[in-house]
Design a protein around this ligand. Structure first.
Ligand SMILES: C[S@@+](CC[C@H](N)C(=O)[O-])C[C@H]1O[C@@H](n2cnc3c(N)ncnc32)[C@H](O)[C@@H]1O
Length: 291
């Protein structure tokens, strides 16, 4: 087993996210990596086809988490290429390194804030990401920095969530739980979080200000399997309560409210059980741009 990296210092820009992804959230993602990867597999496929990696290319997987996409990108780049997964979460990078060893993959992993880490200029042909680019406190500065890591002609292949209301996997459980939650602050448009780039126009503006050109932002829809197997509804319930917007909203909630929330969420998940699995729609942007 590889020894875990020391946690990044949480200061300056992205300090809140460094705290968040090194706490309970990062631990849960590392623990449930298998299930999350199965759920998010359609979006790895989308990153891969958007990137259309050629053998020998050098790729950074931004916010790589436990490494699923980095492994696919490494395989696509072949022995003469390389893929580096960068992430601020020590537990998730530790899991990624363990998996690389177990798989015999040459994927490399680095505990680093991709928004500011001192990468060699021009050292990548592709910047890729499956849901790892929506958490920058200063997105224009972050993407300007990241653009500098691309070689001339370098490109991006990003996948990020569209609007919350179009993502039933997130919206349905949270809306069902809402009557049992304390009043929620309305989300700040563009604030770091899964839905920071829900509006294509906002993401386009950020990338343009950061100096990218040839920006293309296309919608892509795929179902997420929240639960399958022996107990699909209980698995989906556990998933919804542990990870994602509902779990964030339930932080610091008294134990007494949790039962009512479980019951309400279980009901909507049951209503979406079909052919032995709970599947709910997901809606993302496929984002390509040139340095
Ligand atoms: C929703 S998870 C996605 C993880 C992974 N890409 C996947 O699809 O399984 C978001 C990831 O972005 C990482 N992240 C957030 N801000 C980051 C930053 N500034 N630099 C590097 N990674 C970051 C988090 O630690 C987390 O692993």
């Amino acid at each position: 087993m590889s020894s875990p990296d020391r946690k990044l210092e949480a200061r300056g820009s992205n300090a809140d996210q460094i705290e968040y992804w090194n706490g309970d959230a990062g631990e849960k993602w590392a623990r449930h990596q298998d299930r999350l990867d199965a759920m998010l597999a359609p979006f790895s496929g989308a990153v891969l086809s958007l990137a259309s990696v050629k053998p020998g290319e050098r790729i950074m997987d931004i916010g790589c988490g436990c490494g699923a996409t980095t492994f696919d990108l490494t395989a696509a780049a072949g022995p003469s290429g390389r893929a580096l997964g960068a992430d601020i979460s020590a537990p998730m990078i530790a899991r990624a390194k363990e998996r690389a060893a177990a798989l015999g993959s040459s994927a490399e992993f680095l505990l680093a804030d991709a928004a500011s880490h001192d990468f060699a200029p021009g050292s990548f042909d592709i910047l890729a990401s499956r849901f790892g680019i929506m958490f920058f406190e200063k997105p224009v500065a972050a993407f300007t920095h990241l653009r500098g890591t691309l070689a001339p002609g370098g490109r991006t292949a990003f996948v990020c969530w569209r609007a919350f209301r179009d993502n039933a996997w997130a919206a349905l459980p949270l809306m069902a739980a809402m009557p049992h939650l304390p009043p929620q602050e309305p989300p700040v448009p563009g604030a770091p979080g899964p839905f920071a780039f829900d509006e294509a126009v906002r993401f386009r503006g950020v990338l343009t200000e950061a100096g990218f050109g040839s920006i293309e932002i296309e919608p892509f829809d795929a179902e997420l399997t929240l639960g399958a197997g022996a107990e699909p509804v209980e698995t989906a319930l556990h998933q919804s309560l542990e990870i994602g917007p509902l779990s964030r909203a339930m932080k610091e909630l008294p134990e007494a409210s949790r039962g009512a929330i479980s019951d309400a969420v279980r009901k909507v998940l049951e209503a979406n059980l079909k052919d032995g699995a709970v599947r709910l729609p997901g809606a993302v942007w496929l984002v390509s741009a040139k340095a």
